[in-house]
Design a protein around this ligand. Sequence first.
Ligand SMILES: Cc1ncc(COP(=O)(O)O)c(C=O)c1O
Length: 382
Amino acid sequence: MVDDPLTPYGNKPMVTPIVNAVNYEYTSFEILRQIVDGEIDGYTYHRDDNPTCRAVEKNLAQLEHANDSVICTTGMAACTMSFLTYLSAGDQLIIFHDTYGANYKVSLLLEKFGVNVTWLDARDSKHVADAINDNTRMIFCETPSNPLVKVLDIQWLRRQADRAGAMLVVDNTFATPCHQLPLELGADLVVHSATKALGGHNDLMAGAICCATREQYDALWFTRQAIGATLDPQSASRLERGLKTLELREAKMAVNAMAIAEFLHDHPLATRVLYPGLPSDPGHEIAQRQMFDGFGGVLAFDVGQSQEEAKRFIEALQLIYHAVSLGCTETLVCIPVLTTMLYLPEERRTSFGVRPNTVRLSAGIEPTEDLIEDLKQALDKL
Ligand SMILES: Cc1ncc(COP(=O)(O)O)c(C=O)c1O
């Protein structure tokens, strides 16, 4: 038998093969020992590791300037794995209202196991300084945040975390490594919903945690392997393909988002426009310092004065899709209080600035002028 039937002459395939195997034959007990002890890279069982997934992990680690990364089934699995790995009963988690809604559900589970969860408004991140205590173990944030694209100062948060010896975890889904490198700014871990821009085509769900050290990789790998949140190789392969065009797509999404934000900013029916690229945005100054090559593809705005108007606007759109998710090739809009934030308690939705008529828009890669034209004709119908 040829040793390696895939590359008998060393002619490597251009695409990492999709390895569907659940289990792998051991060539000797010594090799088994070396794999299990982590002395050599090798594979035993899919829940532990998979070559297709491993190739993507290495690729993503390079993009995020990380030591390594762990990919998993969804963005929420990645968030949850970071909590499960590093939090214990009695620890305090500082997290912001301005994080993807399902984190609230996870926080209810964490509280069941004795973790103290403190929720803060990202617009007033200075409250972090007051909230920190000896038990603070982790600060978890999104910047820009979902859905109001609030910007947090990662380097400032690093200094706050250091006061308590806490970890700083940054969800970089909105910015992507094309616009922001949190590990370079002092974060310990970077979390992603790879379902979004990293995958980029609405055809896979995945999550990722990029880490600064080998010890963190080992700890996160242990959690994933234990709870069984390992990604399937088909999704990993699609993610690999997505990453190949990430920079091109993200550049166009950021250009489109900026043009849309500027257009809406000057439109009387867009009664509030939030985008860190706008000089008028409260997060602009920090974003200019910690982001590069643009400000990402997502923005939020209020339509008119009521939800009725926001709904009529969305129904009038012809090119732009009414759908959740973000970071993909098509431009999408949704009303967060009716979708991603539906199950949150009322005060969690509104107290930090999301209104009934707030629309979140994720710019795709369509021609800019077509998107502006679509928005204009829909607003004209109001
Ligand atoms: C910023 C952010 N983090 C995490 C998630 C969760 O990702 P997933 O839907 O892949 O579980 C989302 C989903 O929208 C998100 O927007």
